[in-house]
Design a protein around this ligand. Sequence first.
Ligand code: PLP
Length: 288
Amino acid sequence: MPELAYCRGAFGPISDATVSIEDRGFQFGDGVYEVIVAYSGALFQAEQHMARLRCSLQAVEIDYDFDAAPLVPIIEEGLRLSGLSDAMIYIQITRGATSRIHHPPSDMTPTVVMTFKAFPKLSTELRERGVSMITLEDQRWAKCYVKAVTLLPNVLAKMEARRRGCDDAILIAPDGNVRECTSANVFIVTGNTLVFPPRDQSVLHGVTQAFVLTCAESIGLSYEERAFDVAELQSAAEVITSSTSVEVLGVTTINSAAVADGQVGDVTRRLQREFLRRTGRAPAGVRA
Ligand SMILES: Cc1ncc(COP(=O)(O)O)c(C=O)c1O
């Protein structure tokens, strides 16, 4: 069964999986989520994703009992049943279903759903070509470190980017500093250093971002966590985005202007190679 859902404690086809229309995830966007990939049948950075999920649940006061129903064994079982080798697993936990009132009753049972799908292979062509961005004012809430399902501002920003013929948007704080993309983190390269915005409450603390930093170290790059503005972003030697689904991509244009020479840069390529090598997907003999 290549595409699979987990819903109401059971596995089955995605088309058969349903939740109540009174679920607070549907009524209020009252829930959190994670996206995890598996490479060659093994979950990638599962511990880090679980730690962030716990942090998100705690931040929004959803009481999920990990001891009673640990998620990793369920995810591993789903992966096994799906038969997928490279998979993308979406996990959503909402506060549960109840009649529609803002203040939830205290005895709610969280709803847990998961989907298991093939990990869409990133084309070499996309890695080579890079992506185009616009910058937009960040209109999201103040707790973007929480991976909440409430993603309307992200969706609208992405729609605006596509309307303007670009791949995505880089979201900018009211003080002019760069935060992140609609569904990815962002780095700039200055010399031999990867610079990324402070991991405060205004951005998601990317699991891939943290992994990219370890890749950077192992290929001799340093890194710095500090604020930078749009002018510094646009004049950077390289701009890079990272996420579970895009891994590492170069940004080649921002607001229709080329980043440096408009090509994916050397640091980006080295990080991509190291990422592939460390996840067991590098062509034999290729070194970062
Ligand atoms: C807003 C935002 N920032 C960053 C990321 C990257 O996070 P991760 O690397 O953990 O996938 C995501 C991923 O979905 C995201 O939605």
